[in-house]
Design a binder for this molecule. Structure first.
Ligand code: C2O
Ligand code: CU
Length: 511
């Protein structure tokens, strides 16, 4: 089904109001519900799941260091919107179908409030997973100003829960950022980019079976989900009317599997100011931005002197990435449209600063431990493709036990044919480099035989990151310091179809 493009206006999620706020803490309540929402004017309203009756959920805005308590509540029906695969870890028939747990992606947070995949809960907290510890989560917000997002993280059904709509923005602000005079207020807009496929009746489609179905088993898990329609903030191919001035956009790829390579069809530069973990040293002017699932980029786009112009944000990343089909330029090759049709309401005094916030390099001399971790694929008992981290399934004993305060380098050795966006909870890391190596030699002899020089991260990645693209046949090296909390966290591939089917591992920070 091909829907008309740029006929609906971009929705901007509302800012969530706290139930209570005093100088010591702020308290929010957020309820997950099922409801119908118009995702495109030519479609019947679609049944979706959301937080506070919205898809995406409301934006949560906090100050760096603010103590925030959130009671996340599940008021969803008992029946799931999409086919559950009962052969997948954590989703066997012994647990209720509809389970939820909320993770604030990129948050500096105690482990009990991090949304551990087995800390799920059902409606009214009637049933809870084995790692459930508390109903009210506590966030210390020790991050610097940055764009985070919250989303579901339930073991074995994360891909289905997020696909149903369970995602929203979580922004951290601070004075250091305010003093930079970036575009703000009405000129600062979050953009959550996702792909979906619709049934004729307007309902969302998620496959029941993989490409090669297994007789007599309902097995919805597939190695990837690629939708044929692009949505931003829950609208199909929307447009946004803008003034001829500078805007700040917080780009987030919240898709299950799809990568995006974003460009403007006007050929103009975008000025990237922030990565996953906050502001860069200085803005970089770029023509294209690569975003794997869960990656963010804050950009300033300047519409000055473009009165009357329509500018389309395009995407030319193959799906799956790399090696998949090039997107059709008439459909998924487009994301949204900017219409420079609003009159300038006041002089644009915002700036693209020459310098922002220094990003001090983590020193390699401070490293106390190096870990070599393979990203590999194999076959499960039904002959389905199975992606793993270091050959281990989720349930294998914990093998990564960094010490509190320790600095480590992880070598992500990707022997598969896909790029995997690898995400670590709790900490931000820096990308050291990527380097090609010989996969056959590695598979046979377990030695890394480099076939090229180490390549530095792309300019757009030279800041704090929590998700990194580990490309096929490359070793990607990241460096990070573990803390400020101890406890049980996880690391995983952020392709939701991969993390749901074993490409996820617990890790523990110890004293
Ligand atoms: Cu965006 Cu483990 O999550
Ligand atoms: Cu993956």
């Amino acid at each position: 089904m091909i829907l008309s493009k740029f006929v609906d206006e971009l929705p901007i999620p509302p800012i969530l109001k706290p139930r209570w706020k005093d100088p010591f803490y702020t308290y929010y309540e957020v309820t997950m519900t099922e409801f119908r929402q118009s995702l495109h004017r030519q479609l019947n309203d679609s049944t979706v799941w959301g937080y506070e009756d919205g898809y995406p959920g409301p934006t949560i805005e906090v100050e760096r260091g603010e103590k925030v308590l959130i009671k996340w509540m599940n008021n969803l029906p008992d029946k799931h919107l999409f086919p559950i695969d009962y052969t997948v870890h954590g989703a066997h028939q012994d647990v209720p179908d509809v389970r939820t747990v909320v993770h604030v992606h990129g948050a500096c947070v105690e482990w009990e409030s991090d949304g551990y995949p087995e800390a799920w809960f059902t409606k009214g907290f009637k049933h809870v997973g084995p790692y459930f510890r508390k109903q009210i989560y506590r966030y210390d917000n020790c991050n610097h100003a940055c764009t985070l997002w919250y989303h579901d993280h339930t073991l074995g059904i994360t891909r289905l829960n997020i696909y149903a709509g369970l995602a929203g923005f979580y922004l951290i602000r601070e004075n250091r950022e305010r003093s930079l005079n970036l575009p703000s207020g009405n000129y600062e807009i979050p953009l959550m980019i996702q792909d979906r496929t619709f049934n004729k009746d307007g309902s969302l489609y998620y496959p029941k079976q993989p490409e090669k179905p297994i007789p007599e088993l309902e097995t919805s898990i597939t190695p990837e989900f690629i939708g044929d329609t692009i949505l931003v903030n829950g609208k199909v191919w929307p447009y946004l009317k803008v003034e001829p001035r500078k805007y700040r956009f917080r780009l987030l790829n919240a898709s299950n599997t799809r990568f995006y390579r974003i460009k403007l069809d006007s050929g103009q530069l975008m000025y990237q100011i922030a990565t996953d973990g906050g502001l860069l040293d200085y803005p970089i002017g770029i023509k294209e931005i690569m975003l794997a699932p869960a990656e963010r980029a804050d950009v300033i786009i300047d519409f000055t002197n473009l009165e009357g112009k329509n500018i389309i944000m395009t995407n030319d990343a193959p799906a799956p990435f790399p090696g998949g089909d090039k997107p059709d330029p008439n459909t998924v090759g487009q994301v949204m449209q900017f219409r420079v049709t609003l009159p300038l309401s006041s002089v644009d005094t915002s700036t693209i600063p020459a310098h922002m916030i220094p990003v001090p390099k983590i020193k390699e001399q401070s490293v106390s431990r190096i870990r070599y971790l393979t990203l590999n694929d194999t076959m499960d008992q039904y002959g389905r493709e199975w992606m793993l981290l270091d050959h281990k399934p989720w349930a294998a004993p914990i093998s990564e036990n960094p010490k509190l305060g320790a600095t480590e380098i992880w070598y992500l050795i990707n022997v598969t044919g896909n790029s995997h966006p690898i995400h670590l909870h709790l900490i931000d890391f820096q990308i050291l480099d990527r380097r090609n190596f010989d996969v056959d030699t590695f598979n046979k002899e377990k030695v890394i035989d480099y076939t090229g020089p180490a390549m530095p991260p792309e300019p757009q990645e030279r800041g704090w990151k929590d998700t990194v693209r580990a490309n096929p046949k490359q070793v990607t090296r990241i460096i990070m310091q573990f803390g400020p909390f101890t406890g049980l966290y996880i690391w995983h591939c952020h392709i939701l179809e991969h993390e749901d089917y074993e490409m996820m591992r617990p890790y523990r920070i110890i004293r």
